[in-house]
Ligand binder design. Structure first.
Ligand SMILES: *Cc1c(COP(=O)(O)O)cnc(C)c1O
Length: 405
């Protein structure tokens, strides 16, 4: 009798190609299992995860405390809709507000929804509190931004592939050069509701703004009665070695958008957190989401908050991040043009003449390390914050073997 062969990598990929829309170009690895910093593919090969779901897996795959919280809640109640109260909602909101030093929480699901929500809140605040004439509010954003994929959000993207054929677009946004205070100052008018920024631009290639930029943005916002909205969906929740990337400059935002790691790598959980003076403008019926703040999301989110409240992961990111940047820094001039980033997060710009970003990612996967290019020739390195130093070195050895010239 012949055994029926298990489906192979190629067969799974063929299924994806035939039945799913072609809006991604994944590496040819089919993951079947994950634990901590490691995943295993359908053929039993193990890989070190150096991407962490674009920072969604800050606590690694299936962190025991997060899985336990999810399983506990699965045995109680998972969905109520916001038509009713449930016993996890207020606790999650309070605990997240306390962790983030804010006063109010608006719960959503995906990151894009959090950004959309922040835009709506900022506009309403501009009309009702700042006194901007109806329909005139503008939001200043940065070039090379990434805030998600909805129609309104791609309206102010500067990435043509994110916009082409998706118009007409939402008006009301002014794009300025990231890192330029003069450009920002010139763009602010009496009708400006908010400045929306990533404190470190992830998708653009882990671009860190010049020192002092973020605190000067804060000052400009204060001078002109403009809200500062920090999109910390990728940079926040421990990734850079602090709770928020803004914390490195001692800057506070009026609104923070959170997502990715807030769901603990288990399910989508996003939120806008901020002051009562701003988030307090929403009234019943004006905004919402069927799944936002559901019991399962809140239970997992509470467990994420508990992990972050110890400071352990922020510290790991700082310490291991120093090691990561020291080792990657040694490659500059030897196949690497530049290394940017903070904490356990790096954009590694491959020098001209080296492999393209895609080829480098494929070569790394062949060595059992998963990361992914962003832009043409930048590798985004974002290991889970639970990674051991030995595993981190293992991944860095692979990067060195692929890139060193
Ligand atoms: C990923 C990301 C988003 C969008 O989040 P989704 O959950 O994919 O909608 C928004 N802003 C930033 C900075 C991101 O990295």
């Amino acid at each position: 009798m012949t055994a029926i062969a298990a489906p192979t990598t190629g067969q799974f990929i063929a299924l994806d190609d035939e039945w799913s829309t072609h809006n991604y170009h994944p590496l040819p690895v089919v993951i079947a299992h994950g634990e901590g910093a490691w995943v295993t593919d359908v053929e039993g090969r193990r890989y070190l995860d150096f991407l962490s779901g674009y920072s969604s897996l800050n606590f690694g795959h299936r962190h025991p405390a997060l899985v336990a919280a999810a399983v506990e809640q699965l045995g109680r109640v998972t969905l109520t809709s916001r038509a009713f109260h449930h016993d996890q909602f207020g606790l999650f909101c309070r605990e997240l507000a306390e962790l983030t030093g804010t006063e109010m929480v608006l719960t959503m699901n995906s990151g894009a929804e959090a950004v959309e929500s922040a835009i709506k809140v900022a506009r309403k605040w501009a009309y009702r509190v700042k006194g901007v004439p109806e329909g005139a509010a503008r939001i200043v954003v940065a070039g090379s931004n990434f805030h998600g994929r909805t129609t309104t959000i791609v309206s102010f993207s500067t990435d043509e592939s994110a916009r082409a054929d998706f118009g007409p677009f939402t008006p009301g946004f002014t794009v300025v050069e990231y890192g330029s205070l003069d450009a920002l100052r010139a763009a602010i008018t009496p009708d400006t509701a908010a400045v929306l920024l990533e404190p470190i631009q992830g998708e653009a290639g882990v671009v860190v703004p010049p020192p002092g930029y973020l605190s000067a943005v804060r000052q400009l916002c204060d001078e002109h009665d403009v809200l500062l909205i920090a999109d910390e969906i990728q940079s926040g929740l421990g990734r850079t070695g602090d709770l928020f990337a803004l914390d490195h400059e001692g800057v506070r935002a009026d609104l923070y958008t959170l997502g990715k790691a807030l769901g603990g790598g288990i399910l989508p959980v996003s939120a806008v957190v901020g002051s009562r003076a701003v988030l307090g403008v929403l009234r019943p019926g004006e905004h919402g989401s069927t799944f936002g703040g559901n019991p399962l999301a809140c239970a997992v989110g509470r467990a994420v908050v508990r992990l972050l409240a110890t400071g352990e992961f922020q510290q790991r990111s700082r310490e291991l991040g120093a090691h990561l940047h020291a080792r990657l820094g040694e490659l500059v001039g030897h196949g690497v043009a530049e290394v940017r980033g903070r904490g356990l997060w790096a954009g590694v710009v491959i020098a001209p003449g080296g492999p393209g970003g895609r080829a480098a990612s494929e070569a790394l996967a062949a060595k059992g390390v998963l990361c992914k290019e962003t832009q043409e020739s930048t590798l985004r390195v974002a290991p889970p914050l639970v990674i051991s130093r030995a595993d981190l070195d293992h991944g860095l050895d692979a990067i060195e073997a692929v890139l060193r010239r």
